[in-house]
Design a protein around this ligand. Structure first.
Ligand code: HEC
Length: 117
């Protein structure tokens, strides 16, 4: 009886530790994916304050007014299908679906949706 209780406890502990480890890895993955695939235009902080950002007229993704119009599905769509720039004189974002698979797009969408101003 004691043994099976102990086994249960060990299993529960391993599950919690494993889960925590996995979610940390996912967060790191997302930040790394962002740095590698998005930061050149959107900036490391997603504010769009890069040379390319200014040239293409990229919005600040941490701005509450911009965020109000975003949801996870829209971010995934932006990555997969590109974005039509609504600002006059701005450039569109080209689709990145060839470089970024579905799992990575979902990670990046969570990352964008979790950005703080
Ligand atoms: C070559 C430059 C460039 C790269 C690289 C780039 N973007 Fe964009 N992105 C743009 C431009 C231009 C726009 C359109 C203007 C705007 O809405 O700010 C845009 C818009 C967006 C939007 C707003 C979508 C909307 O509906 O308003 C999101 C979200 C976004 N990008 C996410 C990403 C993510 C995630 C990555 C990396 C996987 C990425 N972008 C890589 C240039 C880029």
């Amino acid at each position: 009886m004691l043994d099976s209780k102990r086994t249960l406890l060990v299993v529960a502990l391993l599950t919690v530790v494993g889960w925590a480890g996995a979610s940390v890895a996912r967060a790191e993955d997302a930040a790394e994916l962002w740095a590698k695939n998005c930061a050149s235009c959107h900036g490391k902080d997603a504010k769009g304050e890069t040379k390319v950002g200014a040239m293409m007229k990229i919005a600040n993704l941490t701005d509450p007014a911009v965020r109000a119009k975003l949801d996870k599905a829209k971010v995934i769509k932006a990555i997969k299908e590109g974005v039509k720039n609504e600002t006059a004189g701005g450039k569109d974002m080209k689709p990145l679906g060839a470089k970024i698979d579905d799992a990575q797009a979902a990670l990046l969408a969570d990352y964008v949706m979790a950005l703080k101003p």
